[in-house]
Design a binder for this molecule. Structure first.
Ligand code: GDP
Length: 482
C-alpha cells in the first residue's frame, strides 16, 4: 500500500492517504529538497517534469495530514526549468521533509533529482545559457557583497547579452560571406558586402579586446584577491596577518625564520574577498634547508598573487629612504630585484609598500614617514583604532580599485575559460582578415570556415555548442535541489 499526500485547494494541508497506484516508471519527473538540510523554519521541496501536475493531483487524496504548508505551481513554459514545476513549502523539520520526500518517491514516474539537475533542465530547455548557469553557481557560493552583485548580474544575463550580441553579428557576417561566395555572380551581390563585413569584424575585435582588457577584475572578485604578505624576517608579517584578520592565525615570535610554509586565510573586506598568504621571511643568508624551501615557496606565491603587500620595519625603511634619497617606488623595486624573481611574472602586479612597527618611531620620525608617498603605515602589535582604521580604509580602497564595481553595462569576465575562448575568437577573425581579400580570391570556402571557428569560440562560452567535459565541470558546482 502506498502513501500519498493531500493538498487542499487552499494549499494548506499535506495529508497522507492510501492509494493503489503502482510505482511504474514514467518519463522523468524529478523532486528534491531545495533548501538546506537540518532543522529550520521552512523547507522547500521542488518537483519538475511532465508528471508534476499528476503528482499534485495524486497528493490531493486526503487521509493523514503530514504538515500544513504552501504549494506554488509554475506551469510550463514560464517556470525556471521550462517544464511544469511546483514547490512545496513545509515546516523545516527532518521528519516532515523525510515524509514528503518519501511520499513523492512513491508517486509513479517521480524520482529524486541528481545534483544540479533542475538547472541542467533549464539549460537544455533553452531557459538560460551557460554563463547564466555559472552565474547561478557563483551566486550560491558567493560569500561577499561584491561577489553577490557580480554573480547576480551574470545569472540574470549580463554577460550572456554581451556574448549573444557578438554571436549574432558573427552569424550575420558568416551568412553574408557565404551568400557572396554562392551567389555573387548570378545575383549581382555588391563587393561592398565584403567591405562591410570586414569593417564589422574589425569592430567586433575592438569590442572583444576592450572586454578582455579588464585587469582580471571579474576573476579576482570571483576567486578572491590573492594577496601575498612578503618581506624580510621579523618585520611583522605574521603579526600583520593576525591583526588584519583579527585572530591568531600565524605564530608570532621574535625568532627570525619562524614561518616556513605558506599560511592562507580568506577574509571579507568591505564586500571584497581576499585570500591572504603569510610567507616565509625573504633573506639570502640561510643554510637551513626547511627555511630555504619556505623562501622558494614564498617567491612562487609572490609571483602568483594579484596583490603584493611588501612589509618593512618602519625604522629600516625610513633610514634607507633618507640615506639613499630614494622614493618608496625605488625602494620597493630595488628590494624585489635582489630576490631573483621572474620579472615577467611581476608585470602589471599591484605592489603596496607597508611600514610596520610605527609605534617604535619618535613623533618626528613618524611625521617624516607620513610625508613619503605610496607608503601605508601600521602597527601590527595591538594597534590603536586611530592607526588601524585609516589603514583598513586605505586597504579597502585598494581592493575597490583592483576589483572594480560590477555593473550591468560592463559585465566582467569571471572565468578563465571565457578569456581563452575570446582570445581564440579574435585569432580566428584575425586570420580571416589577413587572408581574405576579394580581389585575390582565395579559397573563400576555407576563409568562411575561419569565421565559423570564431563563432564556435563564442558558442563554447554560452553553451550553444558544448562538450560533456565542459558541462560536467560546470554542473559539478551545484548541489542537489538546484
Ligand atoms: P615575521 O617574521 O615577519 O612574521 O614577524 P612576526 O610577526 O613573527 O614578528 C616579529 C617580532 O616583531 C615579534 O616579536 C612581534 O611581536 C614584533 N612585532 C610585530 N609587529 C610589531 C609592531 O607593529 N610593533 C612592535 N613593537 N613589534 C611588532
Amino acid at each position: 500500500m502506498n502513501h500519498v499526500y493531500k493538498i487542499t485547494r487552499s494549499c494548506k494541508y499535506f495529508t497522507r492517504c492510501s492509494s493503489n497506484i503502482t510505482n511504474a516508471l514514467a518519463d522523468s519527473t524529478i523532486f528534491s529538497l531545495s533548501s538546506g538540510y537540518g532543522k529550520c523554519g521552512v523547507s522547500v521541496i521542488r518537483v519538475s517534469g511532465p508528471r508534476t501536475s499528476h503528482a499534485l493531483q495524486t497528493l490531493v487524496v486526503t487521509k493523514e495530514i503530514i504538515d500544513k504548508g504552501l504549494v506554488l505551481w509554475f506551469p510550463a513554459p514560464a517556470s525556471f526549468t521550462g517544464e511544469d514545476s511546483c514547490e512545496f513549502q513545509v515546516h523545516g523539520s527532518l521528519a516532515v521533509v523525510a515524509a514528503m520526500l518519501d511520499a513523492l518517491g512513491k508517486v509513479p514516474g517521480l524520482r529524486p533529482a541528481t545534483a544540479g539537475e533542475f538547472t541542467k533542465r533549464a539549460f537544455y530547455g533553452g531557459k538560460i545559457d551557460l554563463t547564466e548557469v555559472e552565474g547561478l553557481a557563483d551566486l550560491i557560493h558567493a560569500e561577499t557583497e561584491a561577489q553577490r552583485k557580480q554573480a547576480m548580474l551574470q545569472s540574470t544575463g549580463a554577460l550572456s547579452r554581451v556574448y549573444d550580441n557578438w554571436r549574432k553579428r558573427l552569424i550575420r557576417c558568416a551568412a553574408h560571406l557565404e551568400a557572396y561566395i554562392d551567389f555573387a555572380e548570378e545575383e549581382n551581390i555588391e563587393d561592398d558586402v565584403v567591405l562591410q563585413l570586414t569593417k564589422e569584424l574589425r569592430l567586433i575585435i575592438t569590442e572583444i579586446t576592450v572586454h578582455l582588457n579588464d585587469q582580471r577584475q571579474g576573476e579576482m572578485l570571483r576567486n578572491g584577491v590573492r594577496t601575498a604578505i612578503v618581506g624580510a624576517p621579523n618585520v611583522g608579517k605574521s603579526s600583520f596577518l593576525n591583526m588584519i584578520c583579527q585572530r591568531e592565525i600565524a605564530i608570532v615570535t621574535p625568532i627570525a625564520g619562524t614561518t616556513r610554509d605558506i599560511i592562507e586565510s580568506t577574509h571579507n573586506f568591505g564586500g571584497y574577498p581576499v585570500v591572504f598568504a603569510d610567507t616565509a621571511g625573504l633573506r639570502k643568508h640561510t643554510k637551513d634547508v626547511v627555511e630555504l624551501e619556505g623562501i622558494s615557496r614564498a617567491k612562487e606565491c609572490l609571483q602568483n598573487s594579484d596583490l603584493i603587500l611588501l612589509l618593512t620595519d618602519a625604522r629600516e625603511l625610513l633610514q634607507n629612504i633618507s640615506t639613499n634619497e630614494q622614493s618608496a617606488q625605488n625602494y620597493q623595486s630595488t628590494y624585489l630585484q635582489q630576490l631573483d624573481l621572474d620579472a615577467n611574472k611581476l608585470v602589471g602586479k599591484r605592489i603596496q609598500l607597508i611600514a610596520n612597527k610605527i609605534d617604535l618611531l619618535s613623533s618626528a620620525e613618524l611625521q617624516k614617514l607620513t610625508q613619503i608617498d605610496n607608503v601605508l603605515t601600521i602597527t601590527s602589535k595591538q594597534p590603536s583604532a586611530d592607526v588601524a582604521q585609516p589603514f583598513l580604509a586605505h586597504f579597502e580602497k585598494l581592493l575597490c580599485e583592483l576589483c572594480g564595481q560590477p555593473t550591468a553595462e560592463h559585465p566582467r569576465i569571471t572565468h578563465a575559460r571565457y578569456r581563452q575562448q575570446l582570445e581564440r575568437c579574435i585569432e580566428h577573425i584575425q586570420i580571416f582578415l589577413n587572408e581574405y581579400a576579394p580581389d585575390i580570391f582565395p579559397d573563400t570556402a576555407i576563409s568562411a570556415q575561419k569565421l565559423r571557428n570564431a563563432l564556435k569560440c563564442i558558442e563554447r562560452i554560452t553553451g550553444h555548442v558544448s562538450s560533456d567535459d565542459i558541462l560536467d565541470v560546470v554542473f559539478k558546482d551545484f548541489c542537489i535541489g538546484k
